[in-house]
Design a protein around this ligand. Structure first.
Ligand code: NAP
Length: 470
């Protein structure tokens, strides 16, 4: 019996159609959970199993039959079985003919097979319409109802009518279908559940590398150097002093690295005189994980704030204060008030507070719940303009902290400058380059390129033709 389907029906009408029967092959974890959810949403569910008599723990109201008997009851069959066992389906070719087969399977490894599981199923069953769906939803989420994190169901298939029917079921189950196009997209969809923080990996590795480098750098300068030359044990610095250097340095470098790819991209576009040539893959990937870089940087800035707050209660700080006071009393010498130093100290703290405030604002606006409420221009204003302002404030905070000391040769230990000097290299480079890019003559050329102008249109067109020929 040919089922009628129309995309334009309102939700209430779909609800009236819920009586349709869905067949699920496989009475394992996923089949059972999906069947349970479908029964809850008003569908009639029939399971196809190798051992219909032995199947237990199935949801109340579901029927269990042999594969061929179950397949006759519905024209949509959900294959809740591992890919390795798909072979048995070829014996059911006749009874399954013309039906919609929904592939829900996942693999153990990314790109485990030469073709996606759904494409493999389509090759195995050429007389069927194969649709990929539900693989990103877990059995646990379906049964417990905790579907907030995985409400999206990616759907793809070559037959649009079949795909729309599956998307209809997805909607009725209270999930959100996302049409990913033809069955070619199945490989990408099958890789989704196997990805482990793909956008976070680069920022996390990078921050770990920066932390390790600066930790050893500071240990050489602040622990080993005093021990070798003054026989002083300064190892206690490894608990708070050194981490309180590493955190702001890492935060500042990472924040600068959020803006560096944009600057490199602009320089590349100016150099090439066109925006129509692809950026190198590494730059593309770097640009895609800018949000994660920024959030990791914010985390380090936050830890720096916490470390700074505990400075007054540290034994070493209290001991130094007490000692300085006693020395002044015993020698009857006081330390005259220096307006310059007062200015420097207050500006350093003020710049840090303002920088951190804007940093937090940037972090908040990058949250999907907030960024969804602002338009593209507002988002760009916050992330780009306020972002650069944050970078300027944080760089100035570090510069003022160092003050004249940065230029003094006395801060060199074994020819190594203070860690803050190294930390300033990338932020200052980014700011200088950005300053050059916003110069009216450069900015005008860049804006034209970004609006589609090409310096050498003829050459670009021939390059484009060459590429399409290939
Ligand atoms: P499972 O608990 O191992 O169940 C698989 C079912 O397949 C078995 O209960 C069995 O059902 C059937 N089966 C096993 N060997 C078979 C064979 N040789 N021939 C025919 N049928 C066979 O696995 P599952 O967790 O339900 O996963 C099923 C599919 O859903 C997999 O492809 C998985 O990647 C996908 N998936 C699972 C989840 C999840 O959270 N578990 C999430 C998304 C996608 P009968 O005994 O009734 O025949």
């Amino acid at each position: 019996m040919e089922k009628t389907y129309t995309d334009t029906l309102p939700f209430t009408m779909h609800s009236l159609e819920k009586q349709e029967t869905i067949c699920i092959f496989g009475t394992g974890d996923f089949g059972r959970s999906l069947g349970f959810k479908m029964l809850q949403c008003g569908y009639t569910v029939v399971f196809g199993s190798r051992n219909p008599q032995k199947s237990s723990r199935l949801p109340n109201g579901a029927e269990v039959l042999s594969h061929s008997e179950a397949a006759q009851k519905s024209d949509i069959i959900i294959i809740a079985i591992q890919r390795e066992h798909y072979d048995f389906l070829t014996e059911l070719t006749e009874v399954l003919k013309g039906k919609i087969l929904v592939d829900v399977s996942n693999n153990l490894k990314i790109n485990q097979y030469p073709e996606s599981n759904a494409e493999y199923l389509a090759q195995l069953m050429p007389g069927n319409h194969v649709v990929k769906a539900f693989n990103t939803v877990s059995a646990w989420a379906l049964q417990s109802g905790a579907l907030d994190a995985s409400r999206q169901v990616f759907v793809c298939g070559n037959d649009s009518k079949a795909k729309r029917r599956v998307m209809d079921i997805v909607r009725t189950l209270g999930l959100t279908p996302l049409d990913k196009g033809s069955l070619m997209a199945a490989r990408e969809i099958e890789n989704y559940p196997l990805q482990l923080f793909p956008m976070w990996r680069f920022p996390l590795y990078l921050s770990a590398a920066l932390c390790i480098f600066f930790f050893f750098y500071c240990v050489i300068r602040d622990v080993i150097y005093p021990y070798v030359y003054e026989k002083k044990d300064e190892t206690f610095r490894m608990a708070i002093s050194i981490p309180n250097r590493i955190c702001p340095i890492t935060a500042l470098v990472l924040l600068a690295l959020v803006y560096l790819p944009g600057v490199i991209a602009a320089i590349l576009q100016l150099y090439r005189g066109t925006k129509y040539r692809r950026f190198p893959d590494w730059l593309d990937h770097w640009m895609l994980c800018r949000k994660q870089l920024g959030l990791v940087a914010l985390g380090f800035a936050f830890v720096h704030v916490l470390y700074t707050l505990v400075i007054p209660i540290r034994y070493y700080v209290r001991w130094r204060l007490k000692n300085t006071t006693i020395t002044q009393v015993t020698t009857n010498k006081d330390d005259p008030f220096s307006t310059t130093l007062a200015w420097r100290s207050d500006s350093y703290v003020a710049l840090g507070i303002l920088g951190f405030f804007l940093f937090v604002l940037l972090g908040i606006t990058s949250l999907p719940s907030v960024s969804n409420t602002v338009n593209w221009r507002e988002f760009r204003f916050v992330q780009s303009k306020l972002g650069y302002l944050t970078l300027i404030l944080c760089t100035a905070h570090t510069l003022v902290y160092g003050g004249k000391r940065f230029l003094s040769p006395s801060i060199l230990r074994w020819c190594l400058p203070s860690a803050y000097v190294l930390a300033l290299i990338i932020p200052c480079t980014v700011l200088v380059l950005k300053f050059a890019l916003i110069m009216p003559c450069v900015d005008k050329a860049l804006t034209r390129i970004r609006q589609g102008w090409e310096r050498n249109a003829k050459i670009s067109k021939s390059t484009l033709n060459e590429k399409t020929d290939i």
